[in-house]
Design a protein around this ligand. Structure first.
Ligand SMILES: C[S@@+](CC[C@H](N)C(=O)[O-])C[C@H]1O[C@@H](n2cnc3c(N)ncnc32)[C@H](O)[C@@H]1O
Length: 178
């Protein structure tokens, strides 16, 4: 399972017309949903040089790009969505926010039977130690707002400088609004 496969699983499971891509990064997940005919709101602060949302995707008829911080967008937005995507994101947010308001805000933004697809680096991940790592217990807040429809723990080999060969411990989740 990778994030594209999980997104396609969500798109095939229930009718999805509207999508929110939180931390859209380089836009590949927004483009995948747009290719299924969904209207996508893509949010990214666009502050990291290596993770710029491409300008050609900003012209896409099914994608609206919002240059915003996640917490700003969640605070201001009044739209509801069928699907929210949040990949490679929560480890970089403040734990007080993730374990506090985040999932309540997200579930309020979902239509009935709406879906969240996401992943996070687990406690076991040695190479992501400088971020905020989680396990099921620390994300128990999710159960208050969503049921877990699908969950998969994967250990993924990776190789790049400066540490060369290493493994990522990634948890994939598909959640359904209660
Ligand atoms: C690791 S990338 C993940 C991108 C994409 N979701 C993916 O999986 O390919 C992190 C992205 O989050 C953005 N970012 C970091 N902090 C943010 C914040 N608080 N609000 C919005 N975007 C943020 C960065 O600009 C970057 O594009």
């Amino acid at each position: 399972m990778n994030q594209s496969e999980l997104i396609v699983k969500a798109l095939q499971g229930h009718k999805v017309s509207t999508v929110l891509d939180l931390w859209a990064g380089r836009g590949q997940d927004s483009l995948l949903c747009a290719s299924y005919g969904c209207k996508v709101d893509a949010v990214d602060a666009n502050k990291m040089k290596l993770w710029q949302f491409p300008s050609h995707l900003k012209q896409h008829p099914n994608i609206s790009f919002h240059e915003k911080m996640i917490h700003e967008y969640l605070q201001e937005n009044t739209k509801k969505y069928d699907l929210i995507m949040m990949f490679n994101a929560i480890n970089f947010l403040k734990p007080e926010y993730v374990q506090g308001k985040l999932f309540e805000l997200l579930s309020n933004m979902l239509n009935e039977k709406g879906t969240i697809v996401m992943n996070y680096f687990r406690k076991e991940d040695e190479t992501m130690k400088d971020t905020n790592l989680y396990d099921e217990e620390e994300l128990a807040v999710i159960d208050k707002y969503c049921s877990i429809e699908y969950s998969k723990y994967e250990v993924v080999d990776d190789q790049h400088p400066p540490m060369w060969f290493h493994q990522h411990h990634i948890q994939y989740l598909m959640l359904r609004k209660l």
